[in-house]
Design a protein around this ligand. Structure first.
Ligand SMILES: [Zn+2]
Length: 253
């Protein structure tokens, strides 16, 4: 039975990645979610056969059937990674509270990677959905007071990020943390609780360092999207929470 569920989660991961790609692109460009997908080059409306995750790309050999221009190669790669992550999450957690949180965090990561790297935007709607989803899930799993405390954690981290952003803007004389990053902090606090969320913040700066250094020396554009690194750190800390607990215990007396 486990093998069928892993395949099921793999397929769901692939399909959702394809959907998230559409959501992130259209919302970031200010377009509506309704309406059929089109080829980016010739604007030909794509049929359902050309929208099957990974499969369509392989059948069409990575090119548009109508104008023969290359299709974006990152799309099937993201779909494949998403499928693997969903399947891994099921195999790692089984059916429990952590599975649904981790699937939500992977989904949020996919949306933020696309919107923040491509458009320097973290969309409000996925953050709002995530905050509500986590609240309701915590309420169902652990009761109302636990759910309420997770909101307090979210609010506290939101205020901490707001303060860091304010200090950063005074020190560097420009926006140090984007509004989207500060709103993402709410979800981080809600999902992890304050001590672990702060560890995720520290980890995210280490994750961002190579990219920031690279972009500083390689191009004119100096602004670094921080969201992808924050949400990656959030996923890593959530996945290895027992390891981070050991580190946390070293600092508590
Ligand atoms: Zn085309």
């Amino acid at each position: 039975m486990q093998i069928y569920y892993s395949i099921f989660f793999f397929l769901i991961g692939c399909v959702l990645a394809s959907f998230y790609g559409v959501v992130a692109t259209r919302f970031s460009e200010g377009k509506s979610i309704t309406g059929r997908s089109k080829c980016n080059h010739c604007q030909h409306t794509l049929s359902w056969k050309e929208l099957i995750p990974i499969v369509s790309f392989l059948i069409e050999k990575g090119r548009c059937r109508y104008c023969n221009k290359p299709l974006p190669v990152y799309e099937p790669i993201i779909e494949l990674i998403s499928g693997c992550c969903f399947s891994f999450a099921y195999l790692h957690y089984g059916f429990c509270y952590e599975l649904w949180v981790f699937l939500l965090l992977i989904s949020l990561a996919e949306l933020i990677f696309i919107s923040d790297f491509r458009y320097m935007i973290i969309l409000d709607s996925p953050l709002l959905f995530s905050a509500l989803f986590l609240f309701v899930l915590k309420w169902i799993s652990f009761g109302f007071s636990e759910a309420l405390w997770s909101l307090v954690d979210g609010l506290a981290l939101f205020l901490i990020f707001l303060f860091i952003g304010y200090i950063g803007s005074i020190l560097f004389k420009r926006e140090a943390l984007g509004g989207g990053d500060i709103k993402l902090a709410f979800v981080m606090g809600e999902a992890l609780s304050i001590p672990y969320a702060l560890m995720a913040l520290v980890l995210s700066t280490f994750l961002a360092l190579p990219y920031a250094t690279f972009s500083l020396f390689s191009s004119e554009e100096r602004e670094v999207p921080f969201g992808p690194f924050l949400v990656s750190a959030l996923c890593i800390v959530f996945l290895f929470i027992d390891k981070f607990e050991t580190i946390l215990n070293l600092f508590s007396f």
